[in-house]
Design a protein around this ligand. Sequence first.
Ligand code: ADP
Ligand code: ADP
Length: 229
Amino acid sequence: DGKVTFEDVHFAYDSNRPILKGVSFEVPAGKTVAIVGPSGAGKSTISRLLFRFYDIQEGAIRIDGQDIRDVTQESLRAAIGMVPQDTVLFNDTIAYNIRYGRPSASEEEVAQAADLAQIGDFIARLPDGYKTMVGERGLKLSGGEKQRVAIARTILKAPPILMLDEATSALDTSTEQEIQASLDLVSRGRTTLVIAHRLSTVISADEIIVLQDGRIAERGRHSDLLAAR
Ligand code: ADP
Ligand code: ADP
């Protein structure tokens, strides 16, 4: 399960400037839907609304049919995993940072998640810029490695719903391809909503929704959208 439904969602941060003007879509359980569109179209707003950082003015957002206004913020946070664009790390070991995804996890589970995210070699190290009392030097993490920490955290958390926010946009092409492969691994079988800038990063999505000025301008599979151009 983990089906996500947006039903005729209207939303404005401030009442005289609507941001979403009747947006409807569904992410069937286990499928991947990508939201693309120009900057300012309202893509990130959709992710904030799913976490209920703001309440909508009209329409409904549902998880498995249940209106999220009837769900506590805590259960939303438990149900939805997020791999953000830029991961902020705690001043502690990489292992600690991964375990944050599920504090009850065993050492072995943390190590497995790190291996899957291809950062198994340095989980005992600290992020760059941090020092322990005994003076251990920090490890310089690239943007891609930081993202791998977020991926390992999410693998460990294993949420039914996954939200990827332009998760590879800050990386160079070869790193982006590697990370994309790890993200595909994490999203397999999971209800996934991807916020993306480019069509090329969401080729395998089950549906792509093109958001423009707060409305759905086009929708379809990658090949359909290319054919329409
Ligand atoms: P996108 O992710 O597609 O670039 P956003 O959802 O971030 O777009 O933003 C959509 C619109 O909402 C933009 O015009 C943006 O300036 C506005 N906006 C975003 N966050 C806020 C906020 N907290 N308060 C008021 N306006 C906001
Ligand atoms: P956890 O659920 O592991 O305790 P956090 O406390 O960091 O993780 O956040 C709870 C959930 O909300 C996570 O899935 C996280 O990625 C997401 N989240 C936190 N901050 C933001 C944000 N600014 N925008 C969207 N999602 C966020």
